[in-house]
Design a protein around this ligand. Structure first.
Ligand code: CP3
Length: 349
């Protein structure tokens, strides 16, 4: 299937593009009334994630409603621990909860390295259905959590400001942490490769809890495993690594065998660019900037675009869009990226 719009793939590969591609982390979800309407008919989040036709439908909603340059498969990073044997619940208005957590070597031994078709077949089927329905309109992004972020949920059992149980394991039982990270990494490599076979054109690794590690721990317990994952992907599939808050890890990023580095809103791309070689950068408008007036959103978006420069940039927010954001402000963000990034290229001639 030929893609009608491959801007994001070209930008990720470092090729020149006629304008800057744009999408939003968490674009498929509660900001869209059509998502909330469908979600209200269902038993919960997991039914949506586990029913391929429905997952495909909400994956495509933002392509229709917002005219973004990529689709990201509707799923969650927590399907991986579940496939390994640790079931999660999504508690309404609270977030994820693991009734059982990983505490001991015996717990790690009980976990399996998941087989993608057998244990995550519903995500692969959702990718296949989505791919067919997209009919080449835009590229499809597959994703997984970084092993450290997945470990954090498996050990802690739920969201946390500090993830101190998970971080305690790195200090007290580093061997146990490595054994768990090994199994998560092996599962993730097989899973992401299967996503590509099912139709994903590019991949993103979410390391949402990178920023709470100290730099040595980030290097040893996170970046090294992410590097392994990136190296195991097919050479023609661009990988984006988004390690939120890891401002200390630019040298690690530069060495990662990935094409694109995602930046959160506290990073200045002008400072990061010279530290990461020829990689493409993704980001990084403050999600709260979308609470401003249309004029404020426009101004903030233009400022952001100017900081990244016209090429080797994939426009996005610095983290997932917040559920109470007005979709009209999201449209202002997207339209401004499209219009202003064109203007930036005309200005340089
Ligand atoms: C840490 C993390 C999770 N999940 C994810 C991350 C990494 C990105 C990040 O840092 O935000 C990744 C994720 N989760 C979801 C997507 C869908 C695709 C997209 O980006 O549009 C993606 C890429 C759907 C979702 N995942 C979740 C929702 C909301 C639940 C619902 O709609 O009922 C959606 C749309 C639930 C979820 N899932 C998770 C949490 C902490 C929560 C609760 C917080 C919340 O409610 O937003 C774990």
């Amino acid at each position: 299937m030929m893609l009608k719009n491959d801007l994001i793939l070209r930008a990720a590969r470092g090729e020149q593009t006629e304008r800057t591609p744009v999408w939003l982390m968490r674009q498929a979800g509660r900001i869209l009334p059509e998502y909330r309407a469908l979600r209200a008919l269902l038993s919960g989040f997991k039914e949506l994630v586990e029913t391929p036709e429905l997952a495909a439908e909400v994956t495509i909603q933002p392509i229709d409603a917002l005219d973004v340059d990529a689709a990201i498969i509707f799923s969650d990073i927590l399907v991986v621990p579940e496939a390994m044997g640790l079931t999660y619940e999504m508690v309404e208005a609270r977030g994820p909860l693991f009734p059982e957590t990983v505490k001991s070597a015996a717990d790690v031994a009980r976990l399996r390295v998941a087989d993608p078709e057998e244990h995550l077949g519903y995500v692969l089927e959702a990718l296949r259905v989505t791919k067919r329905a997209l009919n080449g309109r835009v590229p499809l992004i597959g994703f997984a959590g970084a092993p450290w972020t997945i470990l954090a949920y498996m050990v802690e059992g739920h969201g946390s400001k500090t993830f101190s149980k998970a971080r305690r394991m790195l200090f007290q039982e580093p061997e146990l942490a490595h054994a768990l990270l090994r199994k998560i990494t092996d599962t993730t490599i097989a899973y992401l490769r299967a996503q590509v076979e099912a139709g994903a054109n590019m991949l993103q690794v979410f390391d949402s809890w990178a920023g709470i590690l100290n730099p040595q721990h980030y290097h040893t317990f996170s970046a090294s495993y992410i590097a392994e994952i990136c190296a195991a992907m097919p050479a023609d599939v661009p990988v984006t690594v988004f390690a939120k808050g890891a401002y200390f890890a630019h040298e690690d990023f530069a060495r990662l065998p990935c094409r694109t580095i995602g930046l959160d809103w506290n990073e200045d791309p002008r400072k990061v660019r010279p530290l990461v070689g020829d990689k493409t950068l993704q980001g990084n408008l403050d999600p709260c900037a979308l609470y401003g007036s249309p004029d404020q959103v426009r101004a903030a978006t233009i400022e952001m675009l100017e900081r990244f420069g016209p090429q080797r940039h994939i426009a996005n927010l610095g983290h997932g869009v917040y559920p109470d954001t007005d979709p009209d402000r999201v449209r202002v963000f997207i339209d401004t990226v499209k219009e202003h990034s064109l203007r930036m290229r005309q200005d340089v001639g």
